[in-house]
Design a protein around this ligand. Sequence first.
Ligand code: SF4
Ligand code: SF4
Length: 423
Amino acid sequence: MELKKPDESAYLNCIRCGLCLAVCPTYREYLKETASPRGRVALARKGLEGKLELSPNLIEQMYGCFACMACNDLCPVGIHPADLALSMRNVQEQIRPAKWKQWLFGGLISHADRMELATLPLRLYQKLGIRRLLYMLGLNRFLPARIRDLEAMLPRIPQRPLRRILPEVTEARGDVRYRVGFFLGCAQSLLFADQSAATLRVLARNGCTVITPKDVECCGMPARGYGRMDLVENQARHNISVFEKCNVDFVITDCATCGSTLKDYGSLLAGDSEWSARAEAFSRKVRDISEFLSQIPLKKPSKRIDTKVTYHDPCHLRRGQQVWKEPRKLLSLIDGLEFVELPEADWCCGSAGSQLITHYDTSSKVLNRKMDNVAKTEAHILASGCPGCQMQLNTGLKRRGLPLRVVHPVTLLDEAYGGADGE
Ligand code: SF4
Ligand code: SF4
């Protein structure tokens, strides 16, 4: 089979100006060329032109990229080092496919029911009170730093995945103005069920009948991050056909990562004559929840929330979707809420999916920088619209002993509407 490689336009025009170095979180921590966008572009070029072996060491530099896309935005000649690093991971998978990736992304993450089973131990860990005991007795302090940080990432896990309890149709309250689909992502269903339940209440309160198909698969981002574009394409085809049956005007998600991936299905399947038009039509309908709510007339929330809030921009929202004014606009609708801008709000938090697991030291350093900035705000709430960022931010806050609450901006809006008991 012919190797699918990035086109030479992906690297050839790099003028080595170095502008991208200033915005790269991995370069800023190590000041090493190989940890920079420019260095990654040069390595990829040498590897693709056959001047360097596509060795595990070379590919590791591609996995060291956090895919934050800051370099993509800045490059004056249109090089996208973040995309190139992801493409190189895909090249490696075609040459030396790793069996565990097929098992993890094709066999487990693609199947919601298997994911629910796999996360059962985590639910039991919290439900049986083991976690509470760990913190009450201060035993978490004795865990190795890595394990303690990973444990701290976990939110309060719902007793049942949202997919199990959510109705397929959530009726609009009052007059129906829109019929929308809701893409319930894996993390939202398994870990952040309360947030997505709040999202659906806000939509229903604002005249939306919401269709939530239960048979969607993972959006595809985890497989993309590990070079398995074949699996991402299959997941895209599946999700497109699921929503085609729903007959909705928009497809809404409250996960920044899912949103940026779903919006990309059009370009992902552009070369597939059977699917390109369908994928394009699907992607055109996708909206992040804050983007959608900012575009429709909203009911004024009736409750005050008297506190200080700041906001961290998820890379997949700010750069992946160019959505950053919208979440701030939603927060400004809430009476009593004092908004304070986070310094370097758009600087990556170090999550990048699984970097705290796979690149612990770098991820930790990047997170520390974020926490330095969070501490300066003196806010009580840290809002962010991505479950991956929220988990990473929780770890950073617990590490520093900072008592901020991490929450999705739309959850705050729901609280200002009165939450589940609101009128
Ligand atoms: S990737 Fe773009 S910004 Fe970075 S060195 Fe090359 S040309 Fe300059
Ligand atoms: S995507 Fe982010 S981490 Fe990766 S090279 Fe670009 S700026 Fe650096």
